[in-house]
Design a protein around this ligand. Structure first.
Ligand code: HEM
Length: 330
């Protein structure tokens, strides 16, 4: 009798052990340590993802700039203390107050999405996960690919401006510096080239191109790589040095659509930031730029790289907390 009872229990334990081993091995094979799962909220808050999507879609109807803003917000979250929602925390000395985050937006949209899911299932969905879903949704809303977002991130409780300043890449970096910067986050040079493709949407303040149209170390002050007509357009729009109010499209021609045009522009030398154009100029990254110049090649690479970026140093299980309001620690 005792043996009969032990039998099924023992086989259940060994099945579970086998499952655990398979899971650990597959995580190791993928080179990742994250235990996030797709469909994480399937039973705890089944409508979470669709509610977030529809909330953002409604906001997008009145604010065409929302997708790039939200895509950038997730990136700035992940590169500082991992994807833990620390970029959302308010208060003096938080990441939001760092100069590099001076023009970050989209906080209101994340709060709206959080409020909508809190109504459905209070205290279940983390702000860090909402950022990851919102980045995916944003890409989809402007013609890009969709993908499954592994979830289960928990929210951090620490946010420091100094860490944002030291971890986020700068627009004047060369390929060595960009590679080192992404390397610190466990991302490869190829990941860096592909994630830079996010600049297929959105815009940059003119101040970020002063170094290319006013301060370049040449007699004219203009980066000789820039085609003359493009340099003239940049100067017309960015007519004074240092402007943070005036902006220029990161992806000339199709900056409201998620597509591979960004890479085609690099080959025409009409990339906007130094950190964009160097990807074509450097012989180590040029092949991937050329290969990514069509949607069929770019989209699957981008979704993979986003899934990887969105798992940087996540808090899981009993770590961190599920914030009640995304701007504040509970
Ligand atoms: C490779 C290193 C990168 C550098 C140096 C960089 C730098 C910048 C700069 C200077 C801007 C303009 C911001 C402003 O004017 O306030 C910008 C905008 C943007 N960045 Fe990046 N970025 C990089 C990588 C990324 C990555 C990995 C993503 C996302 C996966 C991303 C997404 C965006 C988006 C969507 C915008 C447009 C934002 C808007 O229109 O408001 N960037 N980036």
């Amino acid at each position: 009798m005792a043996a009969e009872m032990l039998g099924p229990a023992r086989s259940c334990v060994s099945t579970m052990t086998a499952l655990l081993v398979v899971t650990i091995l597959s995580v190791m094979a993928a080179g990742e340590v994250s235990a996030l799962q797709t469909g994480f909220y399937a039973s705890s808050c089944p409508k979470a993802e669709e509610t977030i999507y529809s909330t953002l879609q409604q906001l997008h109807a009145n604010d065409p700039d929302l997708p790039p803003v939200l895509l950038r917000l997730h990136f700035h979250d992940c590169f500082v203390r991992g994807c833990d929602g620390s970029v959302l925390l308010q208060g003096s000395g938080t990441e939001r107050t760092a100069p590099v985050n001076g023009r970050l937006e989209g906080f209101g949209a994340i709060d709206a999405a959080k409020a909508a899911v809190e109504k459905l299932c209070p205290g279940i969905v983390s702000c860090a996960d909402i950022l990851a879903f919102a980045a995916r949704d944003s890409v989809k809303m402007v013609g890009g690919p969709g993908w499954e977002v592994p979830a289960g991130r928990r929210d951090g409780t620490v946010s420091l401006a100094s860490e944002a300043s030291s971890n986020l890449p700068g627009a004047q970096m060369d390929v060595n510096q960009l590679t080192a910067n992404f390397g610190k986050q466990g991302l490869t040079r190829d990941d860096m080239v592909i994630l830079s493709g996010a600049h297929t949407i959105g815009e940059a303040a003119c101040v970020h191109i002063d170094n290319r149209i006013y301060d370049y170390p040449s007699p004219s002050g203009v980066d000789p790589l820039l085609p003359k007509d493009f340099a003239a357009k940049l100067k017309k729009k960015c007519r004074e040095r240092g402007s943070t109010k005036r902006k220029f499209d990161l992806d000339s021609g199709t900056s409201a659509t998620f597509d591979a045009q960004y890479y085609k522009n690099l080959a025409k030398r009409t990339g906007l930031l130094t950190s964009d154009q160097v990807l074509y100029e450097d012989s180590r990254t040029r092949p991937l730029v050329l290969e990514s110049s069509n949607n069929a090649n770019f989209f699957p690479k981008f979704t993979q790289a986003m899934v990887k970026m969105s798992q940087i140093s996540t808090l899981e299980g009993s770590q961190g907390q599920i914030r009640q309001r995304c701007g504040y620690v509970n």
